[in-house]
Design a protein. Structure first.
Length: 372
């Protein structure tokens, strides 16, 4: 649209959903108001203003009276004037007959069927129902956005209900999530009754019993008590556990944080990240990422993160970096072949950074020569 764009609906005094007959009637009424014949006895300045107004009215009708041009104009009107309108599909989940601690997973899609927006907000109850992942379904915009949720009941025979709020600027809609756990199973005691025998039976003659030994020769042989068995079992388990600790190599002993230090070159860049620079300084370790995109003329520093060495768990550095309206959850670890592995997951910056579990991309880096 041109820079002199104006609201033709407002100019003709009609609503954006007016039909062709309403547009034509509004145009005729406006022409009667500003027609030169009705202004013959008015000052020259008034007639000139009316002439300019009549030109604007003719331009408005030329656009709105043509179906194809009106369709193009209406799309631009929505972009400029209309409020955003968030829509979720589906807007209701109901998990029925679920066992306690049984996890159920579902997804919904967020779309915008209104005007442009500046801020997207999705609430995360983070209780029995929580958001676990989200990803854009297009490469050009963050909407439509697929949001994955999981739900988990704790006890038998309970009902749960929660709303997930979705907002575009100040316009809001909601997703309702319900879960019903199964009733607690009833345990019954079953008695088995022996049926009396009614048929003829035969009893073989029994051999004579050997004479009983004197009371002084009778010995009683008792089995080992349950307490003694438990003590011996625990002692054996303790010996096995101690032996395993001595023989099994400790991951913390074999892990050296200084192995991270240096400049790393990407082998298979999918995200545009070309280099990783990691520096160990006392108890601090800093990670800097350099990225290059097709629309950037040169490499730029994409982000930097500094953390305490004590925060490294099992040889993995986990952190988040923001850029523009998006952020990325990252995990950096060392492989046995000497390479550096970087896992990243993109998320809208207004949302809580997710754990980097289901990664969007996995990058592999090699240490460049001359680095420590």
């Amino acid at each position: 649209m041109k820079e002199d764009w104006e609201d033709y609906y407002e100019l003709l005094g009609i609503s954006p959903d007016s039909g062709a007959e309403e547009i034509k009637k509004a145009y005729r009424d406006a022409c009667l108001i500003y027609h030169p014949d009705r202004l013959m006895n008015t000052p020259e300045s008034t007639r000139r203003r009316a002439e300019e107004e009549l030109k604007r009215i003719n331009r408005a009708y030329g656009i709105l009276g043509n179906p194809q041009e009106r369709q193009e104009y209406h799309a631009e009107w929505i972009r400029r004037k209309a409020k955003p309108k968030p829509v979720v599909d589906p807007d209701h989940f109901y998990f029925k007959d679920v066992k306690p601690r049984e996890i159920k997973v579902a997804s919904f899609v967020v779309k915008n069927v209104g005007g442009s927006y500046e801020r997207l907000f999705i609430s995360n109850p983070d209780s029995w129902v929580r958001l676990i992942h989200y990803s854009s379904l297009t490469d050009s915009d963050e909407l439509p956005l697929q949001v994955d949720v999981e739900a988990e009941g704790e006890d038998w025979g309970k009902s749960y209900s929660e709303y997930i709020r979705v907002k575009l600027d100040e316009e809001e809609t909601q997703v309702k999530v319900e879960l019903q756990t199964k009733p607690e199973p009833v345990r019954e005691n079953i008695r088995v009754w022996a049926r009396p025998s009614t048929g003829a039976t035969y009893t073989a003659p029994s051999a004579p019993s050997p004479p009983s030994p004197p009371a002084s020769q009778v010995s009683v042989r008792r089995g080992m008590s349950a307490w003694a068995k438990w003590v011996i079992g625990m002692a054996v388990l303790g010996l096995i556990a101690g032996l395993a600790v001595q023989l099994w190599p400790s991951s913390m002993e074999s892990f050296n944080v200084n192995d991270f230090s240096g400049t790393w070159l990407n082998q298979n860049s999918q995200t545009g990240i070309t280099h990783a620079f990691i520096e160990v300084n006392g108890n601090d370790i800093s990670v800097s990422l350099m990225a290059q995109k097709p629309y950037w003329e040169e490499n730029i520093w994409w982000g930097e993160h500094t953390t305490d060495i004590s925060n490294i768990n099992d040889g993995v550095i986990a952190f988040s970096m923001n850029y523009g309206t998006y952020g990325r959850s990252c995990k950096v670890s060392l492989l046995n072949d000497g390479r550096l592995k970087l896992c990243t997951q993109q998320y809208p910056i207004l949302m809580t950074p997710p754990a980097c579990e289901s990664q969007d991309f996995v990058e592999y880096f090699v240490k460049t020569s001359g680095t420590s």
